[in-house]
Design a protein around this ligand. Structure first.
Ligand code: BTN
Length: 250
């Protein structure tokens, strides 16, 4: 798999920084360990299978063998954490570019969806240098379901999960998707600040949540609102039934 990926990305700046594992617990967990040990920006971890793939809010991410792309990259933007509130949105836009299917959208903030089915997700994790308050490292993790059939998903998510092969009706070449993903992530990392406004325009266009009624979880309670827009930091602007609006970050 690694040689197939590398053959698709000659001269790529991250070419020599890719670590491939047939099996790993979580590419994000390993990337965080390498980042803590000082690994360079652009260090990429890819796995054929994850035994403990993680999603947001402590959820797991089903990562069966050779069915998906499980990829994490270390970035080291020189900025405050508040300067990269839009990073998950930027990663979502990059992932859509790599997937290159107009029928795939983004469910705010980090789910790649086709209709009601989730094709993948993004998990960004960050560490701050206590001495400066600057970002020490960010790990951007992406999981994409590529080759699964409905019957390949665990029963509890089979109704809600989808794969690239399910929507295209064809086999998916995972090495092509992985190489395209690194190309798009590299471009995203180069334009994270300069391209922010153009990226957000694209995100708003591709975000299927805007214009929908949404449920917002606040501790144990659920608030109902209508999603109006995505703001300059990637927050979801919602309107409650009493007419008040709020920018929600998660
Ligand atoms: C989500 O659905 O909330 C996000 C899922 C993110 C999954 C990817 S797979 C590669 C990387 N390693 C992990 O453990 N998680 C991310």
């Amino acid at each position: 798999m690694l040689s197939q990926i590398l053959s698709r990305m000659p001269g790529h700046p991250w070419y020599d920084r890719i670590h491939y594992f047939d099996t790993i617990d979580s590419t994000n967990t390993y990337a965080k360990k390498l980042a803590t040990e000082g690994a360079a920006a652009g260090t990429v971890i890819i796995a054929g299978r994850q035994t403990a793939g993680r999603g947001r809010l402590g959820r797991s991410f089903s990562s069966p063998e050779n069915m998906g792309i499980y990829l994490s990259v270390i970035l080291r933007p020189n900025c405050k954490p508040t300067d990269i509130m839009h990073l998950t949105c930027a990663t979502g836009v990059a992932a859509l570019e790599a997937i290159a299917r107009p029928d795939v959208g983004i469910k705010w903030t980090n789910d790649l969806v086709m209709g009601k089915r989730k094709l993948g997700g993004i998990l960004t994790e960050l560490s701050v240098d206590p001495a400066t308050g600057n970002v020490a490292w960010v790990v951007v993790g992406i999981g994409i379901n590529c080759c699964q059939k409905v019957t390949d998903f665990p029963a509890d998510i089979a109704d809600m999960a989808g794969s690239l092969s399910m929507i295209s009706g064809r086999e998916t070449d995972r090495s092509r998707v992985a190489a395209a993903m690194m190309e798009a992530l590299y471009a995203m990392s180069c334009t994270l600040f300069s391209g922010k406004f153009a990226m957000l325009r694209q995100y708003r266009r591709d975000c299927v949540t805007v214009g929908q009624d949404v449920s917002i979880l606040r501790g144990d309670s659920v608030l109902h609102a209508h999603a109006l827009n995505v703001d300059e930091e990637g927050a979801l602007v919602v309107r409650y039934s009493d007419g008040t609006t709020e920018a929600v970050n998660s």
